[in-house]
Design a protein around this ligand. Sequence first.
Ligand code: CP
Length: 361
Amino acid sequence: MRHLIDPTDLTVEETARIIALAEDIIAHRDKYREACKGKKLATLFYEPSTRTRLSFTSAMLELGGEVIGFSDAASSSVSKGETVADTVRVIRCFADIIAMRHFKEGAPLVASQYAGIPVINAGDGSHAHPTQTLTDLLTIKREKGRLDHFTIGFCGDLKFGRTVHSLIKALSRYEGIEVILISPEELRLPDYMLHEMSAGSCLRFREVRTLEEAMPELDILYMTRVQKERFLDEEEFNRVKDSFVLDPEKMAAAKSDMIVLHPLPRVNEIARAVDNDPRAAYFRQVENGKFVRMALIHTLLEWAGDNRPFERTPVFGEEFVTEGAACPNARCIAATEDVDPIFRRGSDGVCRCAYCEAKAE
Ligand code: CP
C-alpha cells in the first residue's frame, strides 16, 4: 500500500508524473470530473487549516468523489482518548483514502501502519508537509519552467517551518540548486537538516542573516511565517516575530523574473503592497495546491487498486534499527502514544526516530 508521509516517499520520476498529471488536469478539467466517482476521502484534521483541508475537499469533489471527516478533533472520539491507530482502523470502514493533519510529529506515519488504505500526511507538527511540497514544485514548474538549476532563498522560521523542511528534502534530488537560508540565529534550520545537506545531498547552501544580502541572487524567494503555535516561550517568539518583512523596497533589489512563494497563512512578513507585484506568486500557488492534490488522490487510489509496491529510495542512505534507542522529542507521537519504536541510521551513522527524525538517545 502506497502512502505519502514524506516527500521522498515518491521517487523523482513519480513526482514528475504527478506534476504532469496536475498539468493535464488544469488543461482538461472535464476529463477528470468522474475520475474518483464512488470513492470517499476522509479528512482527519487535528490542527487548524484553511488551504490544505479545503483544497483536499475541493480536489476530491472535482474528481467526482465524496468527502467525510472532522476539522476539530475535539468533536471526535479523540477527545475521549482514542489513539491514532484505533481512529484510522475505524475510518478505513468508511473511506478509501485519508488525509491527516496532526500536531504530533509522526502521527500520519503511525496512521499508515494501521489504515489499510492510502494515508496522506497533510502536515505533522513542525516535521513535514509533503503535499505543500508538491504544490510548491508544481508552482515552480509552472512559473519557471523547470525544477533544477536555480537559486532559492528560504526566509523566516526555518526551525519550525515544516514546508521548508519538506521542500528542501525534495529539492535535494534535483541538480544545480543553490539554497540560501535567511533566518535569525534562533530560527535556523534544524541541525539534522544542515548536516544532511552538507553530507549527503547535491544542494549547495549557505546561511545569511539579512534578506538584503541574498535578494539580488534569487530566482525564488520562499517566505515563511514565524510559527507562534510551536514556541514554548512567548518572550522568545516576541523577540523574533518581526525579523523579516518583505516590502516593495526590498523587492526593488530582486531580479525582474524572481518569484515570491509563501505556503500561507502570512501574518506580516509580506507587506500587502507586494501583492500587486507580478512576481508575487503565492495566491497562484494556492490554486496549484488543489490541482496537485487532485493528481495525488487520483494516483494513490490507482496505485492502491494495482497494489503498487513502495519504491522509495532513501535520499541520504539509511538502515532501520528497532532496538536500543529512544526518541527524546516531546512533540513526537512516540511520546504520547504506544507506537512501535522505529529508528533509521543514516549514512552519517546517526540514529534518528523514524516518526519525527529527532536524534535518538
Ligand atoms: N499552507 C498550509 O498548510 O495552509 P493551511 O495551514 O491553511 O492548511
